[in-house]
Design a protein. Structure first.
Length: 167
């Protein structure tokens, strides 16, 4: 019984300062949104989305500048919603090459940034082929139970997806 308490003590202040989904999924040609929540202390900081298997060496894709205005880089955009302490990343027109490990991050130090520890949360993005349909039929995509599907800003579990699919 003491083990969970001991593990909680290992969590240094600020280690839960950023939260987000562990995984999201979409289909080729569609869009997905990832929403990450942060603590009030980071309200004016830059938030960014980067790609890489390891957080220390991820390639920055798009970044806010501490304001609510949307920033875009190609098919990816980011917007900071300071009123509810979240930022949203949107990936549009998904393709199979978009699958991989990404990170929601908050920039904390601007000098010697490579050596700083930016609060971060890893998000595994999965992309599945779009279902093929023939005239008069409907196809549904099955995704593993461990993934959440994000569609138009909504998180749907596999069970919820199946209720949206005929049959």
């Amino acid at each position: 019984m003491w083990l969970p308490s001991a593990l909680l003590l290992l969590c240094l202040p600020g280690c839960l300062s950023l939260t987000g989904p562990g995984s999201v999924a979409g289909t080729t040609g569609s869009s997905l949104r990832v929403r990450c929540q942060y603590e009030k202390a980071y309200k004016g900081h830059n938030k960014y989305w980067c790609r890489g298997k390891y957080g220390r060496v991820c390639r920055k894709i798009v970044e806010t500048k501490g304001e609510e205005k949307e920033k875009r880089n190609g098919r990816v955009s980011i917007r900071d919603h300071t009123d509810n302490l979240t930022f949203t990343v949107t990936m549009e027109n998904l393709n199979m090459n978009d699958a991989g490990s990404y990170w929601c991050r908050i920039q904390t130090i601007w000098i010697l940034d490579v050596l700083s520890w930016d609060p971060s949360v890893q998000v595994e993005v999965s992309v599945f082929p779009a279902p093929s349909t023939t005239p008069g039929s409907t196809a549904c995509l099955a995704v593993p139970d461990t993934l959440q599907t994000v569609n138009d800003g909504q998180n749907l579990s596999t069970k919820e997806m199946l209720t949206h699919c005929p049959g």
